[in-house]
Design a protein around this ligand. Structure first.
Ligand SMILES: [Zn+2]
Ligand SMILES: [Zn+2]
Length: 133
């Protein structure tokens, strides 16, 4: 198997998964097509997809790296319980890059806004636990 084919396959899986999977989650998906692939190979390919600008790393809690096939600036909502990341839709008129710093000299080159919260799955679990008590 050629390296570019592996990378292509990994990118396809990343694009199909909306919840910003970790390397391990991608590995589990890719393994269904390529049973012999190793986690290290998946990891290396994810890194090279990022350096090629075809994917992006997402900062989360707990140090687990997650990956995103959407490379354009967009906002994320991060669950503070499980670390899952969702994309947030913003109005087209909302242009954070048009914001100006108070002391005006700061050149804004990109936007990274993370919204923090609790995802529906964790909320459900939390409510269940409450009911049991
Ligand atoms: Zn969660
Ligand atoms: Zn995203």
């Amino acid at each position: 198997m050629r390296q570019t084919r592996q990378r292509q396959l990994i990118l396809e899986h990343l694009k199909r998964t909306a919840n910003h999977p970790s390397a391990t989650e991608i590995y589990d998906l890719v393994r269904q097509d390529l049973p012999s692939i190793s986690l290290a190979t998946v990891y290396r390919n994810l890194e090279s997809l990022c350096s090629l600008g075809l994917a992006k790393k997402v900062e989360t809690f707990g140090g687990q790296k997650r990956f995103d096939a959407i490379v354009a600036d967009h906002m994320h909502a991060i669950c503070t319980k499980c670390g899952k990341v969702r994309d947030i839709e913003t109005e087209p008129e909302f242009k954070p890059e048009k914001l100006r710093s108070i002391d005006s000299d700061f050149e804004i080159t990109g936007v990274r806004i993370d919204l923090l919260g609790i995802c529906p799955e964790c909320m459900r679990l939390q409510n269940q636990n409450k009911e049991e008590k």
